[in-house]
Design a protein around this ligand. Sequence first.
Ligand code: C2E
Ligand code: MG
Ligand code: MG
Ligand code: MG
Length: 292
Amino acid sequence: QAKNNGRNSIVWFNDRMSAELASRLQLEAELRQALAQQQFSLSFQPQVSLLTGRLAGFEALLRWQHPERGTVPPDEFISVLEQTQLMVEVGYWVFERCCQQAQTFTALGLTDCVIALNLSATQFLQPELPLRFASLLKRYQLSASLFELELTESTLVSHVSETLEVMHQLKAQGFRFAIDDFGTGYSSLNYLKQMPVSTIKIDKGFVLGMLDNRSDYQIVASTIAMVHKLGLQVVAEGVESFAHLQLLQQHQCDLVQGYYLARPLPQQALAAFVQQQVVQQHWPAALLTEVV
Ligand code: C2E
Ligand code: MG
Ligand code: MG
Ligand code: MG
């Protein structure tokens, strides 16, 4: 009986493995086509300064419109892209789209509006990355200072010397760096000290938890204080309510990003949003002061 069960579970395991492998290969094949068939797009989520109440910039977030399955969230396909070399090509596409968007912002009068974009470790280890970014900037006649490159702690610690080298090259061009999802990875404060970063993004897990969980609250409060002592800027992501915003303001968090302020905006919604921003020059006051 036991032997039989054992054999069955082995058969089941193999079937499951091959089913998973098949669906992964299918996903990979579909992702290969996605770029050529223009199924990728970027949504832009506003970041707001708590000091001035003004729009400070946007984070560009990748979206995949699958022909049958509809919008597939990045968490379901980024890791597959990363396991192949596809992430490298998609990464250049993302940066070029950000350049086009920066041109549009400038043309509309939204000057000094920073665009933050996410980079994967595979992308960052491409020796030609700094050159290709430089040539895109040249083609679109843009300053690197309009962009902030977001890296996660795992990217920073995976190939430290190579990563530092690329960071210094890009920094020399004028790019700024942010550490994304801060507090969830394995980087030590020693890396933080060495890396040429200007911004720390507190992971949304801590921010979402800080109203109910004392530890999350202490982590958020002490991270903001530490980041400021290091002379860096801090962004809180996952700001979903006025209560979050208020607490972050009390702790002098520099920038906020989250559903309470705005969802990531697809192309059309972004155009409408930007028109409104150009006229108002200010974030809707009702969002930044208590709504009763
Ligand atoms: P991330 O860089 O930490 O981006 C923030 C994520 O939080 C986004 O998820 C955003 O939609 C979500 N978010 C924003 N405000 C709120 C909020 O108030 N509450 C909650 N619960 N969530 C909020 P999204 O767009 O699904 O992206 C997931 C992750 O995929 C990103 O996390 C990033 O790591 C990765 N990603 C997205 N676009 C790219 C890209 O172009 N390249 C690379 N390499 N990775 C990307
Ligand atoms: Mg990010
Ligand atoms: Mg994040
Ligand atoms: Mg993330």
